[in-house]
Structures are given as structure tokens and as C-alpha cells.
Design a protein around this ligand. Sequence first.
Ligand code: LLP
Length: 417
Amino acid sequence: MSASTVLPPVRLRQLAQSFGTPLWVYDAALIRARIQALRAFDTIRFAQKACSNTHILRLMREQGVKVDAVSRGEILRALAAGYTAGGDGDEIVFTADLLDRETLATVVQQRVPVNAGSIDMLHQLGAASQGHPVWLRINPGFGHGHSNKTNTGGEHSKHGIWHSDLPAALAVIAQQGLKLVGLHMHIGSGVDYGHLSQVCGAMVELVRQAKAAGHDLQAISAGGGLSIPYRSGEPVIDTAHYFGLWDAARKEAETIVGHALGLEIEPGRYLVAEAGQLISEVRACKDAGRNHFVLVDAGFSELMRPAMYGSYHAMSLLPQDGSDASARPSRASVVAGPLCESGDVFTQGDGGVVLPRELPEARVGDLLLIHDTGAYGASMSSNYNSRPLAAEVLVDGEQQRLIRRRQTVEELLALEA
Ligand code: LLP
């Protein structure tokens, strides 16, 4: 957790009072700072699956950040946030491994460039839209992620076109009259940078193959995957070094194709994770044998990551009486939510083992903050146990804005009327 993620306690208490809990809070200044750190890339394309609120997308667009969409819903979100499509525009790119019928109709109608992860997509797109701009997402045969579930390369991954199928994909592009824009690689989320030179090398090799097969390119994409320090002491990514490696690969690729190439990066987590916090309220405390449970009003219906991947999120306590939590004795606590499910625990390891964490002793009525939840937090929420989606607030300096109101149970029931 970076210290800059923490808004002053008095502000957080006031937000919880105004908007209720559980509550997502995002800090616009921190998002802008993270964008700034990646400015060396020609194109920063936000992987909106990390945080797809249209107000966050507007902020991205104001900063000149383009957007990636992975569903028809995400394309419509981008359009609602002011991004444009059509013509030769590439503000929105659609990345997927398949095209369902409705999404195919939308990408054709809006002429959204498609980053194809399967050859079938190329056949379907070519049949529907002459000259449609396409990227090829290639699985280089290896990958890495913070968990197996976020590794998107190698033969266990469903993502991308297998590297040895590149010539076949290029042949379909030619045969279908599609327009190749670039090559893309995203080997996983939360990657280990030891893999980076291998990824860059694989990209250069693919460019060489595309050129040899008689195809021209305008750009290459490094994908996303940049990690953030969820635990104190974890390394902060050196974005200049990261850019340097990719820039060197780009230059090598440029000598192969004989002209300039654009260099894109496609982060989700890096841009928004640290800017988001989930505020919950402690509603019950109890002991079970050796374990002390602190039960809060947010669950995996809000933040799925600990239950899904055993992910660690830093937490801090804001005592109800306004005092400083550091004055409280420390207590090994299992922090859990309200869902009727044993896995609804925020302090757990992979495989669901509860991991008590030393925290200042919590009391009913205190607020508990879960940090670094701006990415894959609200966007992975669900209505499990018929819990309405929580509200979202965007803080920008002295200003704050409710950017999504709390859903109501009546709205859930209305779908079934
Ligand atoms: N590009 C593509 C094609 C992707 O599939 C993804 C993430 C990204 C970019 C952005 O990756 P990032 O920069 O955020 O690492 N729910 C998981 C992460 C799943 C990521 C899926 N794809 C989590 O909470 O860690």
C-alpha cells in the first residue's frame, strides 16, 4: 500500500457518513499521477475491466488515455463516456477470444477495431465487415500472473492466438480483406518483470514473421499486467525501465518493418488500484476458539479478490470516536463479511485458509478501510445474497462526487417483474 492512497481519516469518516457503507472511494489525483508515469508510451490504453465506471472513463479520456473494451457492455460504456469510434479511429479497441453475435453486430456497426484472440473471430469479422481494422493477440507460449487464474499465456490459457498459428491468422486476414493494425501480447496480470525481456524478444520475433509473410504493421502493444505494491515493502515498478525495454524492442521491430511503429501499453490495475479504497463498518466482533472475527458490512459481493485469488489487501481501522487506531492494542483478527458463505473472508490465503492479521482491536461502529481496491474491486462486484451494488465516490482535491448511487433491492426485483 502506498501512503499516497490514504485520504485523511476525517475526510473518509465524512464520506462514510454522507454516503453510507460499504462505499468505494477513488482519488482522481492519484489516477492522474499514475497516467503521468506512463506518458513515454505513444498510447496508454486503459483496460477498463479494472474499473469501468463511466466517470473514471471520462477522467481517462480527459487525460488522453484510450480505452480497451472486452464486451459489448464495455464498448457502450466507453461511448457513453465520450470515446468515439468509426472511421480510422482507435480510441476504443475490442479485445476478446470470441465474438458473440450481438457484439459482432456492434463492432461492425461502430467500426471498433478488434484485437482478435482466435482465428474464428477473423473469419466472422471478415465476412461481416470489409477492411475492418484488426490486431492479433498472440499467446507466446509462456505467461505469468499473480495467480494461475491471472496467467494468460502458455498452453493452459484460453487467451490469444497460439504463436505458431500466426502465419495462419495472417493468411485469413489477407483472404478476408481485413486490415492488420498491429500485434499485441498480454501474458498475464501482476507479472514478474523477470519475464519482460522474454516477452519483448517474442514480440520482435512475431514482427519478423509478419514481415516475412508480407504483412505491414503500424503498432505493437505491450498489453497490461503491471503490478502494484499490495504489501508494504513490495517493489514499486520502475516505469522508465519498463518503457526502456519495450522501446528497445520497438526499435528492433522498426528496423525489421522499415518504418516507425507505435508503442501501446494497456494497463488496468496500475492506473487505478492504489487510488481506490473500500470503506466498511464493523458490525460485530466475536471469538470462535482461537480465532477472533471482525465482521464488516462489505463482503466478497463487493471485493472478490481475497476469495477468488487469496489476494492480500492492506487494511486500516478508523475508530468511531475519532481517536487514532494506533492507541488501540493490536489483536490477531480474521476480517470477514456478511455473506452466508464461509469463504467470505478478507484475510485468507490461496485455498481459503483463514489468516488472522494483526490489526488494532476493532469495535462495533468503527470503520475498516480496505486499501488498493480501485482495480478489480467494484467492477467484479455481484448481487450475491441479493445485496445491491455499493455506491462509488470520486474525490478530486476538495471536491467529491457520487459517481454511482447505491443500487436498491427494488431495482433487483424489478428485473424479475
Ligand atoms: N489487457 C488484457 C488483454 C487483459 O486481459 C488484461 C487483464 C489487461 C490488459 C489488464 O491487466 P492489468 O494491467 O490490470 O494487470 N481480476 C484479476 C485480474 C484479471 C485481469 C484480466 N485481464 C485481479 O483482480 O487481479
